[in-house]
Design a protein. Structure first.
Length: 452
């Protein structure tokens, strides 16, 4: 039996009617949910309307904290990085890494290339060589027909860089691509690229239909899709930190040399072992996604590109690399990052505008360097903890506040626990036990929290 209620025309209901319907169909008619959802609305109607209109069917706002990791020395400039993220230890870890490298020359970021790619995916069941020479001869027509879309971008130094036919028939019968490479300057460029590709598909269809070089059946190409690729192996940035090994002094319990060796091996393990690489890269994206979200960029696109890039050898591998030779420690990341600082959410979302202002209104290339450094810093912090004291010490310290908030602890109780754990490792069960002892209540009071 199907459970739940279907509805037609949900998007046409007012926000209030949508909420009312959800409450009666899914929330047992409990009207307290209405006040709860309304309590998350922005007090300024104009700002709320902006948020309402970002997506369809908005019922309220969903908050993420915006934290700041200061002291990021990147290419000779000190940034305070805006980070939107829910995971308790991420901003602290970034700030710790930033401080560590601030005293050792900071991060050096270089944009290696900024080209993006899109395809018209189509089927053609004829002579591929003939099609290729036809497209080569008619290339100019694709540029001319897209001129109305590209002229603005061209005046900013971008546009379509080149177009070529790619024959994929060895993998799928009849499958060809019209592959175009784009420079989109300070914008991420998804809409621009997709508009160009849609026009290119039209041009291709018309050119073939009007040509007398092809048979009637050859002319009947099938355009399957016109879409940018989020895999951007030619939109790459590299960020690096380096210092003499003897300046590493990571921890009192481990010498700089031993630290460098263990760190190097931790990176090597992530390079050869996909199980570890996945967690290793997840940690990198803790830093990357947080800045990407704060600056209004598409973190799903960034993640997708990063993971494909990490698999480019045929085996999923680390996005960072390390070298310890000639007495020097070198640690770097190379990653595709298709980012924008104009268009999309960048000028609309008030928090995004703030974040970009905090970064000094960077260009897209500068932002690529900043975001790559935040990923490298996050990975450095994680590996530094993993090869020394372990991550739980720092992790649980940051998580303590979440546990205490779950227990609805007072500020006084929170202060007590910060002191209590100064020389102990935080655990959930010990926090609950001690909390109950302090309040003189049975531990079972919080049994329901365990069940969640
Ligand atoms: C946790 O969010 C991220 C780490 O697991 C990353 C890593 O293991 O490298 C700490």
């Amino acid at each position: 039996m199907i459970k739940g209620a279907p509805i037609k025309g949900f998007s046409k209901l007012s926000k209030e009617a949508k909420i009312q319907w959800l409450v009666s169909e899914y929330l047992n008619g409990d009207e307290s949910h209405i006040d709860f959802l309304n309590s998350y609305l922005h007090p300024e109607a104009k700002v709320q309307k902006l948020h309402d209109e970002f997506i369809e069917n908005t019922i309220t706002n969903y908050y993420l904290p915006l934290g700041v990791a200061p002291n990021f020395l990147i290419n000779g400039r000190i940034y305070a990085l805006p980070m939107a993220i829910e995971e308790s230890s991420v901003v602290a870890a970034a700030a710790k890494s930033a401080n560590f490298w601030l005293e050792r020359g900071g991060f050096s970021s270089t944009v290696l290339s900024t080209v993006k790619i899109g395809h018209v995916h189509f089927m053609f069941f004829g002579d591929g060589n003939k099609l290729n020479s036809f497209i080569e001869r008619n290339k100019q027509k694709f540029f001319e027909d897209t001129n109305h879309i590209t002229s603005n971008m061209q005046s900013r130094g971008g546009g379509i860089l080149d177009i070529q036919l790619v024959n994929k028939t060895d993998q799928l019968d009849g499958y060809y691509q019209l592959e175009a490479r784009f420079e989109t300057c300070d914008s991420m460029g998804a809409n621009f690229i997709n508009s160009c590709l849609e026009q290119m598909a039209k041009t291709l269809t018309i050119l073939l239909a009007e040509s007398d070089e092809f048979t009637e059946s050859e002319k009947e190409i099938q355009v399957v899709m016109r879409i940018l690729s989020n895999y951007t192996p030619e939109c790459i940035v590299r960020s690096e930190v380096t210092c003499p090994i003897d300046q590493l002094n990571a921890d009192e319990e481990i010498s700089p040399k031993e630290f460098a060796e263990k760190f190097y091996r931790a990176v090597r393990i992530a390079e050869i072992e996909p199980y570890r690489a996945t967690t290793h890269n997840k940690g990198i994206f803790n830093g990357i996604d947080a800045v990407v979200i704060a600056t209004g960029n598409d973190f799903r696109a960034v993640e997708a590109a990063g993971h494909t890039y990490a698999s480019r050898s045929g085996r999923y591998s680390s996005l960072t690399h390390c070298d310890i030779s000639d007495g020097m420690f070198r640690f770097w990341i190379e990653i595709p990052l298709a980012l924008g600082v104009v268009g999309g959410l960048t000028s609309l979302h008030p928090m995004v505008r703030f974040s970009l202002a905090l970064l000094g209104k960077p260009s897209a290339s500068e932002l690529m360097g900043i975001v790559a450094a935040s990923g490298l810093a996050q990975n450095f912090a994680a590996l530094r903890a993993l090869v020394t004291s372990g991550i739980q010490k720092g992790h649980m310290k940051m998580h303590l506040l979440n546990i205490l908030n779950q227990l609805e602890a007072t500020d006084e109780e929170k202060n007590f626990f910060v002191n209590y754990y100064k020389d102990k490792v935080v655990t959930y069960s010990e926090t609950v036990r001690k909390f109950c002892e302090l309040r003189g209540i049975p531990v079972e009071t919080f049994a329901h929290l365990h069940k969640k």
